[in-house]
Design a protein around this ligand. Sequence first.
Ligand SMILES: Nc1ncnc2c1ncn2[C@@H]1O[C@H](COP(=O)(O)OP(=O)(O)O)[C@@H](O)[C@H]1O
Ligand SMILES: [Mg+2]
Length: 309
Amino acid sequence: MTQASSVGPASRGGPTEVIQRAAEAELLEAALLSGAHVLLEGPPGTGKSTLLRRVASARHIPFVMVEGNAELTPSRLIGHFDPALVLSKGYVPEIFEDGPLLEALRTGGLLYVEELNRIPEETLNVLLTAMSELEINVPRLGRVAAAAGFALVAAMNPFDAVGTARVSGALYDRTCRISMDYQSAEAEQAIVDLRTDGLDPQWRAKVVELVRSTREHEDIRFGSSVRGAIDVARLAVELARMRSTPTDDWHVGLAAARVSLSGRIRLQDACDRTPEQVITDLYVDVFGAEPVAPEDHSDSDPEGSPGEP
Ligand SMILES: Nc1ncnc2c1ncn2[C@@H]1O[C@H](COP(=O)(O)OP(=O)(O)O)[C@@H](O)[C@H]1O
Ligand SMILES: [Mg+2]
């Protein structure tokens, strides 16, 4: 059975409630307590950020989150002197605006860098230095040493086309790695349940089955994460309300699935079909063929009562 972990207070559906992942949470906690830096490696949507938020909040560890991308320059990461004040005051420490790395170093918190593989080489080097030396030297500011507790937690999608090869050697040598794969169908159903309200469990299970089938299909290189399932469910609820039909209406589900999933899957290069066509096939596999003699929705009673959510 699926269970929410029960460490510390967490409101239902709150950002720190985690379905399963107890083993990963335990390892992450132990790694952080041991003073190690950690690499959370797995495809998007496998709960890496959710897990870290959970562990950090349960342990009351401050953490600073940065999105890794090409714009994350060393000065964005470290911080900079306020250029307007430099003119009048010069390079004094009081006018230095800490970036996320300095904030984490000074507070002894975690620096959480998502998509670490996407950051520029120079920025990665700054991080690698901070990790091994536990201090950095900032021009004109001086040496900033890490307060106890500082650690880097990096998240990476090993299948990302950008920069993964470049990052690996130096980073793997300085981190403990926790691998995060897709969770079970039951866990994913529970996650969708956490992020939506009052769905029929059988319909919800089929939505999860549909999303999971995108990870197996021969025409699809990368399928959707549970994020896709959450969106299908939420979108279907709204669409059904607008159309005054039940959420599990076949056409509502198909429209929600096509919109929510077509952009989330990557087709094989050799595939000559559109993502919408592939999603439609998968939808029919899970939800059955289009029902015959459906009611005509185009002239449905405009005063009709709203559909059951
Ligand atoms: N084990 C889980 N428990 C609760 N929610 C989860 C879990 N895994 C994923 N989610 C939900 O799925 C979405 C993606 O999770 P996230 O932690 O952002 O993934 P990642 O950081 O790996 O891309 C979020 O809405 C999150 O709440
Ligand atoms: Mg994330």
